[in-house]
Design a protein around this ligand. Structure first.
Ligand code: 13P
Length: 393
């Protein structure tokens, strides 16, 4: 149940003037630290996976743990792709379990950015998944010194924000109003007036990137002017690194596990501080009440095959697995054969969708239509097909 629709979650934060942390995670220590702080504070939380970190961990391998942590939580959780570079990457993240995606085409021209984002919104809507987009440009790289990645801040203008949201249909808007990703020297100069005007013009949850290094007062002003999601990473990474340094000084026998001791605790402390500061503490129950639970669908087909021998049947099935598993919103494709020869239906497809919206978008997807019409239906006339909605406790 606690994996919830991020759109409902952020609507609650936006309307009640607090912000939910989207904490980037790079391994299980981060996941554990973030979740334990959110559970302790009874706060909604966003588990965020930034594409810029994908060369430091195996995204496909980490995602099952992230999904498991969200599903077993008692607090509302959403799983988000941060800074997705392209449509393929966003679809891959949806199929691995993200239920919110950001496409970051902010380095391109506003026209290109708008077109790329619009195309993703259409796909994501077919999966019931909300999208974050960013007009304007927030420089820097999360986890690194801002000076190593010089780049001019391109402030989001009000007109640009209005046109971008109208044309793309994004659910949340990341705005550039003076923050920078990563460790920054000096205090960033934030344009609250611009944020206020964008907020008044749009009335949708706004997102602040580059949370590290902002003062308590800056956070309060951002939230008062529509920021409902704050992205945060570098300070967590620094807390973890400091703990390793401490471990290396205090542990006489520097074993691997002793070097990693208390890292989740160090991360958790910083997450807890943010949750309190941004006003998300104790919001869990209210948020759960107004959020739809995230419900998956099992698309079940049982069938018999006529006109193909066993080898040809396996080839047809293997082609289907390959094609169908790449369709947006498909979490898993299971195929199998009855264990008893005498059973009425000898074969099955179990295709797990991330959301009920996928029932229609999957059926109409060209890859599905081509496979079903050319390879499957002609040989599987005798079949039953049913969609089952996940029963939430
Ligand atoms: P910081 O690393 O500056 O906290 O920024 C994180 C971020 O914006 C991720 O999208």
């Amino acid at each position: 149940m606690p994996l919830v629709n991020m759109k409902h979650m952020l609507k609650h934060a936006y309307e009640n003037k607090y912000a939910i942390g989207a904490f980037d995670l790079v391994n299980l220590d981060f996941l554990t630290g973030i979740m334990s702080a959110a559970e302790k504070e009874k706060a909604p939380v966003i588990l965020s996976l930034a594409e810029s970190h994908f060369d430091t961990f195996d995204f496909e391998l980490l995602m099952p743990a992230v999904v498991a942590a969200a599903k077993r939580a008692s607090i509302p959780v959403a799983i988000h792709l941060d800074h997705g570079s392209c449509q393929e990457s966003a679809v891959r993240s949806i199929n691995l379990g993200c239920n919110g995606v950001m496409i970051d085409a902010s380095e391109k021209t506003i026209e290109e950015n708008t077109n790329i984002t619009r195309a993703l919104v259409e796909i994501a809507q077919g999966c019931g998944i909300p999208v974050e987009g960013e007009p304007g440009y927030v420089p820097g790289v999360e986890g690194e010194d801002a000076e190593r990645h010089p780049g001019d801040i391109r402030y989001t203008t009000v007109d640009e924000a209005i046109r971008y949201v109208e044309k793309t249909g994004v659910d949340f808007l990341a705005v550039s109003i003076g923050t920078v990703h990563g460790r920054m020297q000096g205090k960033p100069d934030l344009n609250y007036q611009r944020l206020k005007e964008i907020n008044e013009a749009l009335g949708i949850p706004l997102v602040i990137h580059g949370g590290t290094g902002l003062s308590d007062d800056q956070f309060q002003q951002l939230i008062a002017n529509g920021a409902a999601k704050i992205n945060y990473y570098t300070a967590l990474s620094d807390a973890a690194a400091k703990q390793i340094e401490h471990n290396s000084i205090t542990n006489r026998y520097s074993s691997y596990t002793s070097m990693l001791k208390n890292i989740p605790v160090a991360i958790s402390k910083e997450v807890e501080r943010c949750i309190k500061l941004w006003g998300a503490s104790g919001r869990s129950e209210e948020v759960l009440e107004c959020c739809s639970p995230w419900r998956e669908v099992e698309h079940v087909i049982i069938y018999n095959v006529k006109g193909l021998d066993k080898k040809e049947t396996r080839e047809m099935v293997s082609e289907g697995r390959k094609v169908l598993s790449t369709i947006p919103g498909v979490l898993e494709v299971f195929t199998g054969e009855a264990m008893k020869k005498g059973d009425e239906y000898q074969y099955t497809w179990l295709v797990r969708f991330c959301h009920p919206a996928v029932i229609d978008s999957y059926r109409e997807h060209p890859a599905h239509v081509a496979f079903a019409d050319n390879l499957f239906r002609p040989v599987a006339g005798n079949r039953i097909s049913i969609d089952y909605l996940d029963w939430k406790k």
